[in-house]
Design a protein around this ligand. Structure first.
Ligand code: ADP
Length: 435
């Protein structure tokens, strides 16, 4: 095929030159004959170019190109074939896009595509029902203008979307939504939004139930513990056969009271996202008082507890919550470190924020337990835990308090060598006083 048009082109040129030479021989004006011939060829070429241009500009999608021969015919056909191939590919792609759009339109979950600046590019109808997006007005708007919740803004800016985010819908507080964000391509985002109202209600029922039961159990338990204390205060009046039983009842009553207190504290922590108090807390003084309490808890077990705290570093948040989190970590170190063991508490800052490390050289924890340690009632060894009188809620409280202070917990531990619990606080929570 290629050879065909090449041969025809050469033949045509040779014929033209031949005719020009013949005309030159007849007229004796070789140069003029050649100019005339080439001029005619140029006109013909321009004519073909014009036909091509007109066809390209005005042709209908399936209209074939004008007839032509030789090189021009080849050019017309190649362009026509390329256009047909492109049309077919475009139709195939459009069909794929249509099917993808049809299936996402049928989804109950909202799907939103954002460009690299976080502006809305495309969304399915569910996004309109769940978030109230409106096709004409909202296209191209930043997502932060439509989902205005401060937690969403913070989550979106963080660029770390491993955990989903739960929020009430901008349309109604009774509608609870879960946001999953995925980054792809050139910093574009795909936002998936699910209606989790039912799950949220169940979770709320669970929280309310635990909080109510704990609250209701507190009064009878206080009465029982009170009577037990009165009885034990008058030991001489008590039948010696009952003494040991009463002592054990008092001890277990104390454990139940601790458990109820921890459950109520957890319920309180779960009720809101952030502590209402946000004053700078003098962590060094707080740790000093916790250290003294820990030394008292250690008593005859004589742990060596040391404290190193930067007095210029303060932490924004609730002192009561921070006290319960930090004391849980330090008291755990006392509970799970053998007599005369070493415990080191360190409060320090760096360019990323501040950290509290509680290090002990106690029993240590096997690596397989570490990911589950902050779950409620998770215990490495239940016999060990019941000896220490722990509630199994201490580290769950620590996790919640840290979450509310935008911090996280790292645990590093080796069996037989000891453990280090580190709370990392971001720079936004830290207040530095000039040295
Ligand atoms: P508990 O009230 O049982 O201490 P926590 O939630 O405070 O509950 O701790 C969970 C488990 O983690 C404990 O049962 C214990 O086995 C383990 N643990 C916590 N702190 C330490 C530590 N410093 N050294 C060794 N094990 C620890």
């Amino acid at each position: 095929m290629n050879q065909d048009w090449r041969g025809a082109l050469i033949r045509r040129l040779l014929l033209l030159v031949g005719i020009c030479l013949l005309l030159g021989a007849i007229s004796g004006q070789y140069a003029w004959a050649l100019v005339l011939g080439l001029g005619a060829y140029l006109c013909w070429t321009l004519h073909q170019l014009l036909r091509l241009h007109t066809w390209l500009k005005h042709h209908q999608p399936d209209e074939p190109p004008p007839d032509s021969s030789g090189l021009w015919g080849e050019v017309f056909d190649s362009i026509y074939h390329q256009q047909r191939n492109e049309q077919r590919a475009r139709a195939r792609l459009q069909a794929v896009i249509d099917r993808a759009q049809e299936s996402t339109s049928a989804l109950k979950d909202a799907v939103i595509m954002l460009d690299s600046d976080g502006n809305l590019e495309w969304w399915n109808p569910a996004a309109e029902t769940l978030l109230g997006l409106k096709t004409l007005q909202d296209s191209g708007q930043p997502i932060g203008n439509l989902v205005r919740h401060p937690r969403f803004k913070e989550y979106f800016a963080r660029n770390n979307y491993l955990e989903p985010l739960e929020l009430p819908s901008p349309l109604s507080d009774s509608l609870h939504l879960q946001f999953h964000i995925t980054q792809y391509g050139n910093q574009e985002h795909l936002v998936l939004v699910r209606d989790v109202t039912r799950l949220h209600q169940l979770e709320q029922m669970r929280k309310d139930f635990v909080a109510n039961v704990s609250h209701e159990l507190r009064t009878p338990l206080t009465v029982i513990s009170g009577y037990l204390e009165t009885l034990l205060d008058n030991v001489e009046a008590v039948n010696p056969r009952w003494l040991r039983a009463l002592q054990q009842m008092q001890q277990q009553g104390g454990r139940m009271q601790n458990l109820l207190n921890d459950l109520l504290l957890l319920a309180k922590l779960e009720a809101t996202d952030y502590p209402s108090d946000n004053q700078p807390v003098a962590v060094d003084l707080l740790l000093l008082s916790i250290k003294n309490d820990a030394q008292a808890l250690s008593g005859e077990r004589q742990h060596r507890i040391s404290l190193e705290a930067d007095p210029h570093l303060k932490l924004k948040g609730s002192e009561t919550e921070l006290r319960s989190a930090f004391s849980n970590l330090v008291f755990n170190a006392v509970k799970y470190t053998p007599n005369e063991g070493q415990i080191h508490i360190r409060w320090s800052g760096d360019e990323h924020g501040a950290r509290l490390a509680v290090q002990d050289n106690g029993l240590g924890i096997e690596a397989k337990h570490l990911p589950r340690l902050t779950e409620r009632f998770y215990r490495v060894d239940s016999s060990r835990a019941s000896n220490t009188g722990g509630t199994g809620l201490g580290l769950a409280i620590v996790k919640h308090v840290l979450l509310r202070h935008r911090a996280h917990l790292d645990i590093d531990s080796r069996v037989g060598q000891g453990s280090t619990f580190i709370c990392h606080f971001p720079g936004t929570q830290v207040v530095r006083r000039g040295k």
